[in-house]
Design a protein around this ligand. Structure first.
Ligand SMILES: Cc1cc2nc3c(=O)[nH]c(=O)nc-3n(C[C@H](O)[C@H](O)[C@H](O)COP(=O)(O)O)c2cc1C
Length: 419
């Protein structure tokens, strides 16, 4: 099983109904195809107002099905065949209208008829205006569908295309992809392994309203947590404050300070793999105020005294239940690789992903791509600039190989894996 085709051999029937979020389904088709899945698509009449059958069929590399009474498709009873050939049916986006039909057994077009005739698991990713979502009729339909065994993914909260804000946004294509991978749990070279990932910045309080933080967006750490989950690991993500959704299927613990991050990490141990991607503050304010500091006319500005924070990477590396593989990150503004090698030895971890940050070529913080060098005790492997999720995939491939080799050498399961 390779990481590049976690859905190889799987067939997904994607039903796209009428909502603005239909554009996200095009990206989902691309991800599913890249993941190795066969994708067949039904586009409702509403759906085809938002995206074209041509885009859907070009991306899925199959004809797109739109018409219940199509002589061509129904000569083979298309509405039955489409559901029988699929391993899973995903409705994304699911309009309020289509959910209402599903909840009430209405079958007046190809999508609703196929769903009624289906004998396969159904997942629904709703997308609608917050008022439509909150409406008693919609909520009744959701309850009915849940009782009928339909799985809901989302919706998420946020700003809508209509300009209103609230619950009703369809979750992102990547999250749907992750949910499907988790469902199949097929890309499981790390099944049975427990992984800990830290991500994001820490916030160190100055007083109850002010803090010292950093520019970490959490994108890289979250991508690694999602990739480890796709590889079948049981993942706990300990994250500082970030504006990112939880990776699907990943246990996520929110913290603010370095001390809280350490406590949360220690509670996760023992585990097999630890990836410390968080940008943990080296220092915290020793004399943080209990009340908001006030500016007073003529008074001197406050003096902040700093004290060192616990070193999470070093603590995990030296822990009595040390994970088999401990990986750190070194974001440096100069000499990233030599600093990384020195850090590897000083902290006692196994690998460091070094990145030179703050350069025009590699801003790293907040960006969607990253240029890293994987530094181990004996090797230095510079990777090209990659999207952060590609960095995550590549790292997980290396982790899979390492765990396989180590398990073969030891011919025994690690304590965490065996537990
Ligand atoms: C611009 C526009 C955006 C729409 N967005 C949504 C939406 O996000 N969610 C939804 O449930 N309905 C939305 N609708 C209404 C549906 O398209 C409509 O209820 C349609 O009958 C659904 O058909 P379907 O069953 O083929 O999806 C929208 C309509 C318009 C004109």
């Amino acid at each position: 099983m390779t990481m590049t085709a976690p859905l190889a051999g799987r067939s997904v029937l994607l039903v796209i109904s009428g909502g603005i979020a239909a554009y996200k389904s095009l990206e989902l088709i691309r991800l599913l195809r890249k993941g190795g899945a066969e994708v067949r698509c039904i586009l409702t009449k509403g759906g085809s107002e938002f995206i074209t059958p041509l885009s859907v069929s070009a991306l899925s590399e199959h004809p797109v099905y739109t018409d219940l009474f199509s002589l061509k498709d129904e000569s083979e009873m298309g509405h039955i065949r489409l559901s029988r050939e699929a391993d899973l049916i995903l409705v994304a986006p699911s309009s309020a209208d289509l959910m209402a039909k599903m909840a009430n057994g209405i079958a007046d077009d190809l999508a609703s008829t196929t769903l009624l005739a289906s004998n396969k698991p159904i997942m629904v990713a709703p997308a609608m205006n917050p008022e439509m979502w909150a409406k008693a009729s919609t909520q009744r339909n959701i309850e009915t569908l849940k009782q009928d065994g339909v799985t809901f993914i989302g919706p998420a909260s946020g700003e809508m295309a209509c300009g209103e804000t609230g619950l009703g946004r369809m979750v992102e294509a990547e999250d749907l992809f992750d949910a499907i991978c988790s469902y199949f749990a097929v890309s499981a070279p790390l099944a049975g392994y427990r992984a800990l990932v830290t991500s994001g910045p820490t916030y160190e309080p100055i007083d109850p309203v002010r803090f010292i933080g950093n520019r970490s967006s959490g994108k890289q750490g979250h991508a690694i947590a999602a990739a480890l989950r796709r590889a079948g690991a049981d993942v706990t993500l300990v994250t500082g404050p970030v504006a990112l959704p939880h990776p699907v299927g990943v246990r996520t613990i929110h913290i603010e300070t370095a001390a809280e991050m350490l406590a949360a990490c220690e509670a996760v141990l023992p585990c097999d793999i630890a990836v410390c991607a968080a940008a943990v503050a080296d220092w915290r304010v020793e004399n943080a105020a209990d009340h908001k500091m006030k500016k007073r006319a003529g008074a001197m500005p406050p003096t902040l005294n700093f004290t060192e924070n616990p070193d999470i990477l070093a603590t995990i590396s030296a822990h009595k239940t040390r994970p088999q593989l401990v990986i750190g990150f070194a974001a440096e503004t100069e000499d990233a690789v030599s600093s990384a090698r020195e850090k590897l030895v000083r902290k006692g971890c196994d690998w460091i992903l070094a990145n030179q940050v703050g350069t025009t070529e590699n801003p790293a913080f907040g960006a969607d791509s990253n240029q890293v060098t994987l530094v181990t005790r004996s090797t230095t492997d510079p990777w090209p600039t990659l999207a952060k999720n590609e960095v995550a995939e590549r790292l997980v491939e290396r982790i899979v190989n390492f765990m396989k080799e180590t398990d073969q050498t030891n011919d025994q399961r690690s304590p965490a894996k065996a537990s």
